[in-house]
Design a protein around this ligand. Structure first.
Ligand code: ZN
Length: 175
């Protein structure tokens, strides 16, 4: 962990310090950044994806895994119901190529995507089931590259879904 420069993940190493053009972060922000960048060692480092066309897959999963870590290991309390409510003004899907977002790319790629991942478990055992899902997803896709289409295939199989309604409003399926 190198505490200098911009928050960024690399294989086996992370840098933390600031987010883009903002100044140095306070210690709580630094801690959160360390957790986020380390989560990328799994989601980006081991389960790979195209970071331009499908950025949500590593960023959304890193945010999702980091919040699971905070809930179960750091025993931070957060109301489950507050974790999956996306901002209704964010109408775009989360899996557009980066050039198709304007200034609010991170609200989609980091924010809405992680909230939608949490929503998968709202009637399905919440945190415990989310951990189980993440573990199976990781073991299934480690050292492989995943894209939105494969994610959808996995989720439909995992939850035994008959159609694509679960993905409406957040994933563009005809890419
Ligand atoms: Zn990230």
């Amino acid at each position: 962990i190198i505490v200098d420069g911009m928050g960024m993940e690399y294989p086996g190493i992370v840098t933390v310090g600031s987010i883009y053009n903002t100044g140095p972060s306070n210690s709580q922000e630094l801690k959160n950044m360390v957790i986020h960048e380390i989560a990328h060692q799994w989601f980006y480092g081991i389960v790979s994806n195209d970071p331009y066309s499908d950025a949500w897959l590593d960023e959304g999963f890193a945010v999702f895994a980091a919040s699971l870590f905070k809930l179960s290991k750091l025993k931070e309390t957060e109301d489950y119901n507050s974790m999956y409510r996306p901002d209704p003004n964010l109408e775009l899907p989360v899996n557009l190529p980066l050039n198709q977002y304007e200034s609010n790319m991170s609200s989609y790629v980091y924010g809405k995507s992680a909230r939608k991942l949490w929503e998968l478990f709202k009637d399905n055992g919440e945190v415990k089931e989310a951990e189980k899902f993440l573990k199976i997803y990781y073991h299934f896709y480690k050292y492989k590259e995943i894209d939105t289409k494969e994610f959808v295939r996995f989720v439909k199989y995992y939850f035994d879904l008959k159609d694509d309604t679960l993905f409406e409003g957040w994933l563009e399926l005809e890419k």
